[in-house]
Every structure is written in structure tokens, then in C-alpha cells.
Design a protein around this ligand. Structure first.
Ligand SMILES: [Zn+2]
Length: 205
């Protein structure tokens, strides 16, 4: 298991979005859960690494991040945590703006969430930031002490470094731009996103 920063590990390679593991003391948090079929692959990987989850945290409700968070959590006796602002999307009550999500929301089942997070909640040494735009309730995790950022899809890492997700997948482009800018302003030492490799500014693009 690759440790990207103290207590922060890369998850297994999944066909959907990247996922990460945070371990702080006794607490182990999986950040994002891949596609709905990926929970078995994730479960196998966790077993092979002898990891027991306490929390499955979702940065947002997109299908390539929510996976089967509930099933995976249940296998581990863990809880699912997600953003309060994402509640309508995760529970199937939202009519998203983007067509892809609108179709998807009918096809995938709601996620059972145990704890709804809001700005400044603390998760294993990280602070919850509300970073809306890509989805309306998207959250990111920021560790102030070393400026490690888990940005979900608030930013993606391309060849030129961090950038916004494509306009056609953002629910609110202006909000997405503002959220992306706020995250970049703290000058992350390590930026971990749902799509693209880990990004460290000193390493360049
Ligand atoms: Zn997304």
C-alpha cells in the first residue's frame, strides 16, 4: 500500500474514480468508493491489506464515487459519512442539472448515510470544506498542518496540473470555479483528486 503522505494511502486501482485511505490513530477512513460494482474489489483489497474500515466517506454522490458504500461499510461494521449538501442527490430526491446525472439518479440506488457532514467537521485529522459546483453539495478534505488536500472532483489533475472538471459535468460552473480557486489558494503540498495522479507542486506537472 502506497503512503502518499503521513497516514494517507492510495487505494487500489479502480475503473471509476480514485479512492484513498486515511489512517489516524485507531481510525481508518476510506474516501470514495468507486463504481457500484467495485465494492467487492475494494473488499478484497482491504482484506489483503488486513484493513478494517471505520468510515466510508463520500466526497460527492456521483456514480463513480459512491459505489456501494453502504454494502462495503456493512461488511466492515463501518459507517457511511457524506455531505449534508449532497443529501438530496444521495437519497434520490434531486433532479440534477446535468443530463448524465439525471439519468443516473434513476438507475442507482440511494446511499444509506449514517452521518451528514458540514463545513469544519473534523475527520481523522482533516477538516471538511464545502466545495460545491461539480455537484451542489461536494466536499473536500483539507489537512491544515501539511496542506494535504483530498479534493474529490472539485479539481482534477491533468497534464498541466490541477484544473476544473469539464464544464459539462459541473452542476454550477461559477461555484466550481470558486471552490477550485479556494482549494488552490492554500497551496496544497499534495493534491489528491478523483481523477488523475497525485499532484505535488514541486514535482511540476
Ligand atoms: Zn464527480
Amino acid at each position: 500500500m502506497e503512503e502518499l503522505a503521513p497516514g494517507v494511502f492510495a487505494g487500489p486501482r479502480l475503473p471509476g474514480a480514485n479512492c484513498y485511505l486515511i489512517r489516524e490513530g485507531e481510525v481508518t477512513v476510506l474516501v470514495d468508493a468507486g463504481m457500484p460494482g467495485d465494492h467487492r474489489r475494494l473488499a478484497d483489497w482491504l482484506e489483503s491489506e488486513a484493513i478494517r474500515l471505520d468510515v466510508v466517506l463520500l466526497t460527492h454522490g456521483d456514480v463513480d464515487h459512491r459505489g456501494r458504500a453502504g454494502e462495503l461499510a456493512r461488511m466492515h461494521g463501518a459507517e457511511v459519512w457524506a455531505a449534508e449538501g449532497e443529501r438530496p442527490f444521495l437519497t434520490g430526491g434531486l433532479r440534477p442539472r446535468r443530463l448524465l446525472r439525471r439519468v443516473m439518479v434513476h438507475l442507482i440506488r440511494p446511499v444509506p448515510v449514517d452521518r451528514w457532514l458540514t463545513a469544519n467537521d473534523q475527520v481523522a485529522g482533516f477538516t471538511v470544506w464545502e466545495t460545491p459546483g461539480h455537484t451542489l453539495g461536494h466536499i473536500s478534505l483539507v489537512r491544515q498542518e501539511d496542506r494535504v488536500v483530498l479534493a474529490g472532483d472539485a479539481l482534477v489533475v491533468g497534464r498541466q496540473g490541477p484544473t476544473l472538471a469539464a464544464r459539462w459535468v459541473n452542476e454550477d460552473q461559477a461555484a466550481a470555479a470558486e471552490s477550485g480557486q479556494r482549494l488552490c489558494q492554500i497551496q496544497p503540498t499534495l493534491l489528491l483528486t478523483g481523477h488523475g495522479p497525485p499532484w505535488r507542486p514541486e514535482a511540476g506537472a
